[in-house]
Design a protein around this ligand. Structure first.
Ligand SMILES: *[C@@H]1O[C@H](CO)[C@@H](O)[C@H](O)[C@H]1NC(C)=O
Ligand SMILES: *[C@@H]1O[C@H](CO)[C@@H](O)[C@H](O)[C@H]1NC(C)=O
Ligand SMILES: *[C@@H]1O[C@H](CO)[C@@H](O)[C@H](O)[C@H]1NC(C)=O
Ligand SMILES: *[C@@H]1O[C@H](CO)[C@@H](O)[C@H](O)[C@H]1NC(C)=O
Length: 467
């Protein structure tokens, strides 16, 4: 109960600020470059498909603006009502993990030092900084950095390397997590461009059922999990060789993730770069992600997810989904991917849903994307089936609607550069393709579009096209 009040107290003023800025932008700037705005195209489409049509183009035209305001707000933490005296740097406690016995020699177990340092910073009002010193390697077992904290302005400076224990017995209690920030508001995790989180994942990859079909399929840990954090910045950090996923945002609100470098070998199984689940108002920018699975995956419960200036590959590309597994209801809305370079990935921009699910993936825009030797540059797959047994045909589906693909160019390594494999009972609706130019990677080859159950509109040059 107390926790609930606390969250409301934090979130409500932010929502009002955002709302005010959205309204003022809506009034001030019809995006001149947007044909949707000027010819009301989407308004007509929206009417036909029954969504809140005026909100759609205005939503997209305000993105640029509210992004930077939001970051300033997250950073200032003003909405907490901190007075300038209580937040002055004089009262901010700085704690190093070395103060609590951290050795950072790359061999010793430094888990206890991290836990003790965390306890100290978490209990420091009004704010605190926890430092992981540079040029040292700290080896740690699974750690949960839990809140709620007395500190309402927390910074974790990772300037050295944090390396995971590779003894799988250490993960007995919960083999799906390694480092977790849980229930901490107003948190900044920053690596100063030198910090590294290393999941040391080799032992887990070797024991994956995706590599050895005879082994049972088990979870491996996500290297870095953010669970239920409001006002979060993760910046200037390298995350590499995760046991399974690299970074996961779960049930967070108001997140800024920027300048992250995420790498793992192409053969490492299920090593998604950034996974977004049940998270609202998240901006992921200026990052490079090269792994063995999805570059970024956005799944159910996510809303207002903005991805800009991302480089991917190798890996499986940028995915919305998978959604609707095990007949579940999934909802994803308001996703913008603006400015991405994908090379050598198996997909470019993908929406993947299982048969038998329900809910929707809607108001999605992919724009300004360069593909280089991507197997399926544009793909909607509504019969996604990532399991050993074949999936049975089912009538229900997660509805895919209002998806814009704009300014997408480059090369495809397969013949099918554009693939809409949509559900018969729930066709893909309101799909717009504008200025698409995809060619075969191999000279002399041609590419095609494969289109099933999609209601699409084309603007400008679209090659290859469904019709
Ligand atoms: C939060 O802490 C950081 C690091 O100590 C400091 O630079 C910043 O000014 C603090 N912000 C507020 C609003 O107190
Ligand atoms: C991003 O991080 C790199 C190192 O990882 C650093 O050199 C660079 O200054 C950072 N750039 C920005 C814009 O933050
Ligand atoms: C990340 O690096 C950039 C460039 O060096 C710097 O301007 C920014 O303040 C850094 N962010 C954090 C949270 O330290
Ligand atoms: C393109 O991708 C295919 C398979 O994905 C690969 O075999 C080929 O070497 C790649 N070509 C280039 C030029 O990278």
């Amino acid at each position: 109960m107390a926790e609930q009040r606390h969250i409301d107290h934090v979130v409500f003023p932010i929502i009002s600020i955002i709302f005010i800025s959205l309204v003022s932008c809506y009034l001030c700037l019809p995006d001149q470059g947007s044909p949707y705005y000027n010819n009301n195209y989407l308004d007509q489409e929206g009417g036909a498909y029954g969504f809140d049509s005026p909100a759609y183009p205005s939503y997209f035209s305000t993105i640029e603006d509210d992004k930077f305001k939001l970051r300033a707000q997250i950073l200032s933490f003003e909405k907490l009502g901190l007075t300038s005296s209580s937040s002055s740097s004089a009262t901010v406690t700085t704690v190093s993990v070395d103060d609590f016995g951290g050795l950072g020699d790359g061999r010793s177990d430094d888990t206890q030092a991290f836990m003790k340092a965390w306890k100290q910073v978490c209990n420091s009002f009004p704010g605190a900084v926890m430092v992981v010193p540079e040029e040292k390697t700290y080896r740690v077992k699974p750690i949960r950095f839990s809140g709620p904290c007395k500190a309402n302005n927390l910074t974790v400076q990772i300037y050295g390397t944090i390396e995971a224990s590779d003894d799988r017995k250490d993960y007995k209690k919960d083999s799906s997590l390694w480092l977790v920030f849980d229930n901490v508001d107003n948190l900044m995790v920053q690596g100063g461009g030198i910090g590294t989180i290393n999941g040391n994942g080799n032992i887990w990859w070797q024991n994956s059922c995706k590599i050895h079909k005879s082994l049972p399929c088990k979870h491996a840990p996500t290297a870095l999990t953010f669970h239920q954090n409001n006002n979060l910045i993760v910046e200037n950090l390298t995350i590499q060789d995760a046991q399974q996923m690299h970074v996961s945002f779960q049930k967070c609100t108001y997140v800024w993730a920027s300048n992250l470098t995420i790498t793992a070998p192409q053969y490492s199984p299920n090593t998604d770069g950034i996974h977004v689940t049940d998270t609202k108002h998240i901006y992921i920018t200026s990052s490079t992600i090269r792994t063995g699975d999805d570059c970024i995956s956005i799944v159910s419960g996510s809303q207002n997810v903005q991805v800009e200036d991302i480089t991917c590959g190798p890996g499986h590309g940028i995915s919305i989904g998978s959604l609707g597994a095990g007949k579940s209801k999934a909802t994803v809305s308001g996703v913008l991917v603006n400015g991405a370079k994908l090379s050598g990935t198996t997909n470019g921009v993908r929406i993947k849903t299982w048969q038998g699910g329900s809910g929707y993936a809607s108001n999605i825009k992919f724009q300004n994307i360069e593909m280089s030797n991507v197997t399926y540059p544009i793909i909607v797959d509504q019969s996604y089936c990532d399991q050993d047994k074949p999936c049975k045909e089912q009538s229900s589906a997660v509805q895919v609607k209002n998806v814009v693909y704009q300014n997408i160019k480059g090369t495809s390594s397969s013949k099918v550069a554009v693939k809409f494999d949509c559900s018969k009972n729930y066709p893909c609706q309101g799909v717009i393709l504008q200025n698409i130019n995809l060619e075969a990677e191999a000279s002399g080859e041609s590419v095609e579009a494969s289109c099933n159950n999609v209601q699409e509109t084309q603007i400008g040059v679209v090659t290859p096209s469904c019709t």
